[in-house]
Design a protein around this ligand. Sequence first.
Ligand code: ATP
Length: 466
Amino acid sequence: MEKNKKEKMKAFNDIISLCKRRGFVFPSSDIYDGFTAIYDYGPYGVLLENNIKETWWKEMTRANDNIVGLDSAIFMNPKVWEASGHVSGFSDPLTECRKCNSRLRQDTLLEDAGVFADEKMSEDEINYIFEKNIDKIKCPVCGAQDFTPGKKFNLLVQSNLGNFSSNWQKNPSYLRGETCQGIYVNYKNVLDSSRVKIPFGIAQIGKAFRNEITARQFIFRTREFEQMEMQYFIKPNDDEKVFNEWKEKRYNFYLNLGFSEKNLRWHKHENLVFYAKAAYDIEYNFPFGFKEMEGIHARGDYDLTQHSKFSGKKLDYLDPKTNERFIPHVIETSCGVGRIFLATLTEAYKEEEIKEGEKRIVLKFPKKLAPIKIAIFPLLKNKEELVSKAKEIYNSLKMDWKCEFDDNGNIGKRYRRQDEIGTPYCLTIDFDTLEKDEVTIRDRDTMEQEKVSVSDLKKYFSEKFL
Ligand code: ATP
């Protein structure tokens, strides 16, 4: 077990170093030694990220005719965060190790010790459980077992936007802590301006900010991150049925992305907040264990009721068929781009022995997520006829599939470079191309090569990237 854990942590460190070496993820402000819990996505990272977002967006807004998109602003009227309960209640229980002064989340320490806890428990409740289990809990940084009593710490990030006084902290505005509040406050605008009828959903992808206390585990938990959320507005009695439908759809989303079933599992929330009807997480088996990747929640009518109360605006729905009026209930699906990105890398990362003494690192991404789809190589960089033919082929494909031109080093090295960034196909232009109009295509996973005629390339790749 311990060995397995060590191996997984080694693989995790290898993934982190590959991310930096090959331009997937960089620490933010790297030349200034970084900025805790903030990361930047590099040239290949942004392509992978965009492919993840596009896959989710299509799944939501194209596969479902009744889901529309939204792009609401990061800043909102601060009253939104009062109504949502974030100003008073969006907090994590914080403790400090008396030996090394590390700040740690009590609920995470308990969870790591195998004790159930929820960040939504009260300060007293969580301190009580913490004390009861203190002999099982160790500081992950120095191993000590001596902690200060826990205090709840609010996660909302404050700002002085639009407030020019010196004591702006008294009336701050907030960087949004989740994207879904932008959806709730636009529910009526969408209803009045489009032809949606209940049931319908609103999907949004965007940045969210949280003053996370413990920021470890690379891009798993960051203070600035991107969420993909969908709020589905339904009739009051349909919660259970629709919740189960979305649970299934979201689980299948990951299976269809090629995630292996053994790395996915459900976590049921036992301790629900008072308004919630059900809450489940889809957990992924990250190198540091099973952790939440997506939450699916049946939120009742809480969100629209709160915003109606605080704004003084009616947010109910008139059913055109039955003439009934009601506040719609909400089923929410919510996932983080960074967490899916990390899970995708974990799932795809392989070290393989290709022949005795020779290894390769390969990212076996599903084709639709691969940052580069086709790499194009002239066999020799100093043979003008080969280079110009390769450029011609590159130009003919690059608007249909993201391609990369590479003429640097021997072909073996170029294959290794493309394997490391997960490119499904490498296409080599050699002397046969000039004579017979044929190229060699090498498959990332099988490493097999086949000859394809230049005039068939578009058809060939259209079938491969179906
Ligand atoms: P956790 O328990 O891990 O703190 P949460 O329950 O607070 O997560 P939600 O508020 O339900 O998370 O947010 C929905 C999704 O947003 C999560 O499933 C996760 O994918 C993503 N997410 C939340 N917080 C972060 C973060 N700090 N960094 C990256 N992604 C995050």
